[in-house]
Design a protein around this ligand. Structure first.
Ligand code: CUK
Ligand code: CUA
Length: 664
């Protein structure tokens, strides 16, 4: 149905409702519901025709499941949000680098707590992260719905989330970099999870003065090897490539014709080192220093060849991790640069892998590179090198097109009609432009723009990073919300704006605003909901989500009890509506307590919580799940434990006493 036909339809529906309403009220003497006809509601609420259209396209009746699921980063909330589309209902917040009490994530369950251990820097414990780029696992370039990866920009970490239970299974700290940004992105069969750096620094968290920036500071890109059957990254099969100390930014993986190649942009080829307080006249702030030159470098990396070089052992060990040095990368022709316009941000590969789109934040164009032309320029040997000996490719030889889209272009996404969409941060717009051959005959031109509220960062289309995007919907991830919502104090929510992109040309319609009040989401990916097949309950009673297998030692009905061995006390407990077994646990102050718990229920949604007062312990035990809490009974007293999920009519009675007898 065209938009015009749809509007006619709506008018018809409203007319018929109002006729019906009028007919019903005749003789009913003000009967019950007739005054709430759709037209009356629309008039009373001041809804326009397009508002009604948007409502009909997004309203999702109770019990109806969304067509798409969006996984959005939670920014400095350190989490991932799971959102149904087009209803824009928040379904879950997955704890990743930040404890999440509802899931009992980081509040006692040993397997969860271990995830935070990987984030230790010396004795500094990290209890948060800055998640930026979620990446769904892919098979042949299409989302397969099995895993999700995400990076922590603040501390250079990556995490693996298993989409069978939507829980974080692994977090890894980058052995070379202090922070990252160009992650996570996956290769078309998820063999490699890409983590590029950001602010260059001496590798391996080392020290060197800023005067030694060009010699001692370095960038890097890490390729984490993903073992799909284990559901984990295999650190031992992973490697990194040393890069010049330019600030590498966002990356993307090649696909189809460019499979085996990786592309990253950079923003500080100037090698600015910031304002020197001792020499304010002779130095420049980053704000201008990083953008002083006309160009930065698009990094073009031959991953397939790098894998061979790493496998041949042509690496050095840095912090115990294999790294291909910059010199080796140059010698082996693994790395090439080509200029990209002023202060680029996004780099996004078209669905066919044939075009690489880069936006210059301070340039009103998107620049489209041709992979074929890049290959020709590489074969021709380039046109000189940068200061580190990396071969440069001539801009004019590798660029296919430049399209003027507007002010402050950042990120680009694609659809199924041969259109590309670029976020315009300064204009607060989404620009739709057309790709050229082989996508559209009349390509490389701006089709139209849509007002966005406000300061859009990333945007995302349905299955937009795959080899076959769905189109249909786009979500603008906006940094500011200004006048869109009630403002809960001076910290305003972010705003996700859902856009209908199903119509051609300049027709795009804003459908829905979703406030996000948990952190600044940077990027998201959207998958067709029917590609996901998460568990309803864990497969068997006694299931350990950290191993994704039954724990043979998990407490079961009949094996409950409290066992003392010297100062070590083991509690084996089961949970079922509406009681814990045992309901009394007595220990002595100073005892070391290992508390094993199993939710022995297999009914859908029959989750129990387990919280001990005063000990900062809170677990979530989903149907079938087993977990272990280990702690020292340092405080004496009478502590209650109870179930934190309102699981039954007698949920309040699901409680027990934990008595810690004082030391003599
Ligand atoms: S970044 Cu935040 S808007 Cu980390 Cu991909 Cu561009
Ligand atoms: Cu179990 Cu409340």
């Amino acid at each position: 149905m065209s938009r015009f036909q749809r509007s006619i339809f709506i008018v018809a529906v409203i007319s018929s409702l109002s006729i019906l309403s009028a007919a019903c009220s005749t003789g009913s003497n003000g009967g019950s519901s007739v005054s709430s006809g759709a037209l009356d509601i629309a008039i009373e609420r001041g809804l326009s025709d397009s508002d009604i259209n948007a409502a009909l396209m997004t309203y999702t009746p109770s019990g109806q499941i969304d067509e798409y699921i969006m996984f959005a980063s939670g920014g400095h909330g350190g989490q991932v949000f799971v959102i149904g589309m087009p209803s824009m209902r928040l379904l879950k917040t997955i704890g990743v680098f930040t404890p999440e009490p509802w899931q009992g994530y980081g509040y006692g369950d040993e397997s969860h707590d271990a995830l935070f251990e990987s984030g230790k820097v010396g004795d500094n414990e990290l209890t948060w992260g800055d998640t930026h780029h979620p990446a769904l696992s892919e098979t042949a370039g299409d989302y397969d719905g099995q895993f999700l990866f995400i990076n922590d920009k603040a501390n250079a970490r990556v995490a693996v989330i298993d989409l069978r239970d939507f829980e974080t299974k692994q977090t890894l700290k980058n052995p070379l970099a202090v922070n990252d940004h160009g992650g996570t992105f996956v290769t078309p069969d998820t063999e490699w999870v890409i983590e590029g750096g950001q602010y260059s620094a001496p590798l391996a968290w080392d020290y060197a003065p800023l005067d030694d920036f060009s010699t001692e500071y370095r960038g890097m890109i890490t390729f984490w090897k993903f073992d799909r059957s284990a559901g984990r990254i295999n650190e031992n099969a992973s490697f990194a490539i040393e890069l010049p100390p330019y600030w590498q930014d966002v990356c993307d993986s090649g696909k189809k014709v460019s499979q085996g190649w990786v592309f990253c942009n950079s923003i500080n080829v100037e090698m600015a080192t910031g304002m020197d307080p001792d020499d304010p006249e002779g130095s420049e702030p980053f704000e201008s220093g990083v953008s002083a030159g006309e160009n930065d470098y698009l990094h073009i990396i031959n991953l397939e060849k790098a894998v061979e070089v790493a496998a041949a052992g042509n690496t050095v060990e840095v912090n115990g991790f294999p790294m291909i040095t910059l010199d080796t990368a140059v010698e082996e022709d693994l790395l090439f640069f080509t200029p990209e316009p002023k202060s680029p941000h996004g780099v996004d590969i078209a669905p066919g892998g044939d075009y690489i789109v880069v936006s210059g934040k301070l340039d009103p164009h998107v620049t489209v590179y041709s992979f074929e032309k890049i290959q020709e320029a590489i074969a021709a040997g380039g046109i000189g090198t940068d200061d580190y000996g990396v071969k440069l490719l001539d801009f004019d030889q590798v660029v296919e097109a430049q399209v003027e889209v507007g002010l402050g272009p950042l990120h680009t996404q694609f659809d199924d009609q041969g259109y590309a969409y670029t976020s315009l941060f300064l204009d607060s717009d989404v620009a739709r432009w057309s790709l050229g051959d082989p996508y559209r005959e009349d390509g490389w031109k701006l089709e139209g723009t849509l007002d966005i509220h406000y300061n859009i960062g990333h945007l995302v289309t349905a299955e937009g990073d795959t080899v076959s995007p769905d189109g249909k919907y786009l979500v603008a991830l906006n940094k500011w919300s200004l006048d869109r919502f009630f403002h809960p104090g001076p910290l305003y929510p972010q705003n996700f704006q859902l856009v209908d992109i199903s119509q051609p040309g300049d027709q795009m319609q804003l459908l829905y605003d979703m406030p996000v009040g948990n952190g600044e989401p940077h990027y998201a990916q959207i998958i067709k909901a029917d590609k996901l097949s998460p568990y309803t309950v864990y497969p068997e009673v006694g299931w350990d989500p950290s191993t994704m297998a039954v724990d043979p030692d998990a407490p079961q009905i009949g094996t409950e009890g409290v066992i003392r061995d010297g100062d070590n006390v083991t509690v084996n407990m089961t949970l079922v509506r509406s009681h814990f077994t045992p309901e009394r646990v007595e220990v002595r102050q100073g005892d070391h307590v290992t508390w094993n718990l199993t939710n022995v229920e297999m009914s859908e949604d029959a989750t129990h919580g387990f919280a001990i007062a005063g000990y900062n312990i809170n677990l979530s035990l989903e149907p079938g799940e087993t977990a272990t809490v280990e702690f020292d009974a340092t405080e004496d007293g009478v502590f209650t434990y109870y179930c934190t999920e309102f699981c039954s009519a007698l949920h309040l009675e699901m409680a027990g006493y934990f008595l810690v007898e004082p030391e003599e």
